[in-house]
Design a protein. Sequence first.
Length: 313
Amino acid sequence: MTPEKTPPLPSAPDPALPTASSLAWTRRRDSVARFWRQYRTHRSGLFGLAALALISLTALLAPLLVGDDVRSVTHAPGTALESPSGAFPLGTDQFGRSLLGLLVWGSRISLTVGLLAAALSVAIGTLVGVIAGHYGRWYSTVIMRITDWFLVMPTLVLAIVLATVMSRSIWTVVVAIGVTSWPTTARLVRAQTIAVESRPYIERARALGGGHRHIMTRHVLPNVMPLVLAQTTLGISSAILTEATLAFLGLGDPTVVSWGGLLQDAREAGAVSSGHWWYLAPPGVAIAVVALAFTLCGRTVEAVLNPKLGATR
């Protein structure tokens, strides 16, 4: 009678072998490093990134740089509409407040509204585009006809209507911009979704039992995210310009300081007719610089993520 052989014990995993999670993180780090190597070859993108870094740092440090009392009307340090001087490098506004301090403080509101409005717009556009491109048939027809209606309507007019109907606050401006500027993103994401779902691995995923949610979240969405990232950077500049326009028209929050609000105050104070250029120029230049910086970064991201597009420019 032969003794029974005992089954071998399972061997412990070799700590030297990489795990699936470590391989995934390595691939992500390599992708980020490769993206940065290609990004820094574009001088315009580096200029835009440096400008955004400086403006963002200034906005974050605004309470330390100028203090919270810079917005106070009752404790203004100067007289009304002083020209630029050593005490006030950019002059004062109609209440005697330092325009340099107001410009620094206003960057917080303008950047915040631009980022949040662009994020909301891109989120809506991505959701609509992925659903329309994935399901197709009459779902896509209905969704895209609604998208076309929003697309042909002037974005600024719709935003003005929403800002007029709703209460005047920062969140109203964010919602007004976000829910009116998503159609372009939706059409781009839909086209990219259709291109992704025509690839063979999507058919294999369906054959293996992958449902709609699995395909959209695990396969389609990661492939459209580069396009979404580029569209976000381009949308922020448009959102900042729209916020400045709404504030200039008196539809912003009157209790906060923003660059568009400074332009509105300058118009009410008669800075155009009286020749007080220092009241108009700084916020206008700041809006133009931020919009240009985000546009340069967005174009560079597009060129890096789509080499064919970069080669044609």
